[in-house]
Design a protein around this ligand. Structure first.
Ligand code: NI
Ligand code: MN
Length: 226
């Protein structure tokens, strides 16, 4: 499984022969000014919820690549009204495309779309194929529902968790979330993009290592194998 970080909560994931782009927020993000959104390939554009800092470049990437938007019903419907096709996947549901399975799980957050349209409930996704499994929490608070994930999905190799606090859980809650999902290897997201979510990165890494876990923070534009 190969992962590229595009800043904020946006990741490119190559798994089981598919290219996914998760929550694209690149052109409005000054920290990601080195990324060319038009150079990004995608078979699947996965959106955890409707907030602008997760969907800003989704339409452009869909047009460029012909990739399919996968998100919750209301978010896919909103893009459909703009003639951008997608596949709705709601909480509890799973979808298998060739060798890749995506399961939609709970997140505690909100989900208004950029024009104010209600976006339904926000989501997380667990994705597996080729013997690897990854949890993308989306924007969420710590929730006991995370304890279901190891009971209903394959064992996780990696959890992508928000750690910036204020709009989502912060570092201490994310350490507990890693316990709930039984995954000691965590890739952090949703930090440093805006002043309210600025973090002390070394302190955050220590909070994880003190609890026998690893917090990985990738440079924007970097790619890594998991
Ligand atoms: Ni959000
Ligand atoms: Mn967000």
């Amino acid at each position: 499984m190969k992962i590229t970080y595009y800043g904020h909560s946006c990741f490119g994931i190559q798994l089981a022969g598919k290219k996914l782009i998760v929550d694209p927020f690149i052109t409005p993000n000054p920290l990601a000014s080195n990324i060319d959104v038009n150079a990004i390939g995608a078979d699947i554009i996965l959106l955890t919820h409707g907030h602008a800092d997760h969907v800003a470049d989704a339409a452009q990437i869909a047009k460029n690549t012909g990739g399919t938007i996968i998100s919750t019903y209301e978010v896919v419907d909103w893009f459909g009204q703009q003639k951008i096709e997608g596949h709705p996947l709601n909480h509890g549901g799973k979808l298998t495309l060739d060798g890749l399975t995506l399961k939609c799980v709970n997140a505690i957050h909100s989900s208004t779309l950029p024009d104010g349209t209600p976006g339904g409930n926000p989501a997380g996704f667990v994705i597996w194929g080729d013997g690897k499994c990854i949890y993308i929490a989306g924007d969420t608070a710590l929730t006991l529902d995370m304890q279901l994930i190891p009971r209903i999905c394959p064992p996780l190799d990696l959890a992508i968790l928000p750690i910036g606090d204020n709009f989502t859980m912060g570092v201490d809650d994310a350490v507990m979330a890693a316990d709930f999902v039984q995954c000691p290897q965590v890739l952090g997201c949703h930090y440093d993009t805006f002043p309210p979510i600025a973090i002390d990165k070394e302190k955050a890494k220590r909070a994880f290592s003190d609890n026998g876990k690893e917090l990985i923070l990738m440079e924007i534009g970097a790619t890594r194998e998991f």
